[in-house]
Design a binder for this molecule. Sequence first.
Ligand SMILES: Cc1ncc(COP(=O)(O)O)c(C=O)c1O
Length: 367
Amino acid sequence: MNLFLKKLAQLEDQNRLRSLKLPGGIDFSSNDYLGFRSHPSLKKAAIEALENGMDLGSGGSRLLRGHTEAHQNLEEFAARYYGCGKTLYFANGFMANYALFTTLPTRHDVVVYDAYTHASVRDGIHAGTAKSVKVPHNDLNAFEDVLKRYRDKAETLYIAIESVYSMDGDFAPLSELYKLAQLYEAILIIDEAHGTGVWGKTGKGVSEGLPQENLVTLHTGGKALGVAGGLICASADIIDMLINTARPFIYSTAPPPLQAYLMQKALELSASDEGCTRRNDLRTLCTYAQEKLSGAGSQIIPIILGDDKCAVDAASDMQKAGYDIRAIRPPTVPENTARLRLSLNAQLTKPQIDSVISALADYLPGI
Ligand SMILES: Cc1ncc(COP(=O)(O)O)c(C=O)c1O
């Protein structure tokens, strides 16, 4: 048998074969938390921008002819919006994380990272040259032990975390981690992929309000903002370093100007009264679901079933019942923690949450 077919057959035997499936049913699976993906004002902005002559592609790398007014306007706007020195926009969050972790930490440095950080962070760390130490999820003592151990050995210490964990939906103990970063003079890198637009006083992420010193945040466009991209927010020296040395930034065609323009429009929409209303609606749903299901209270609700086949069968049952819910299996999550990942969005209703909970009854012992 052809080698790839053999490997695919093995994955199928393990219930780990993945395949593409079009959306269908009530959306309990997308990251379109605020419903911006189909928002009329963003669609109108896109049409008008094209009608007014915006090009479709960027035509080159950012350092060559691919840098357009749309990119520049977005990055200047975002630096003011997030209150940081400078920002840098990438085509997506994966590339932004990969660029960060392959560029900033170098061989005399140590990166301490949470065991549940996203694949893009871990891949960047592993492709980079710094020493890295994985610590158990959200374990502050473990973070401190490692920081203490390497403080005098490392030239620069980095801490890599997510504000809201993508597969578990729990929050990082941000203020404690920020204090540790200050104490051990580490640079704290916070992936706000699932915090942007949803959390923080005005939707800037869970880290909203933290002092900017020694802080790097990543805000993605593809989730609550409904568009696409990865925006790194940091001090001017860090951003200039990325512009000068980050290979994914230098050796890649810049994202289309329309994409950068829409990222800015989506940030503006998030900051508007309507963005605020949608965020409040979503947070109300989060609290409602938390009262019924317990959990961390974010928009991401894992229902851990353990066994891979059980998770796949449960997802299929839920899809047949009219709910778009997907199974998440290892290696995306640790072994024996295959799960359904439910995500809430502002357009859902309390009755829809009630009905999904009753449809899930067999998988929710004790509810
Ligand atoms: C925590 C986290 N970081 C980064 C990314 C990558 O972002 P993007 O989808 O824009 O590539 C994701 C996407 O799944 C994510 O969940």
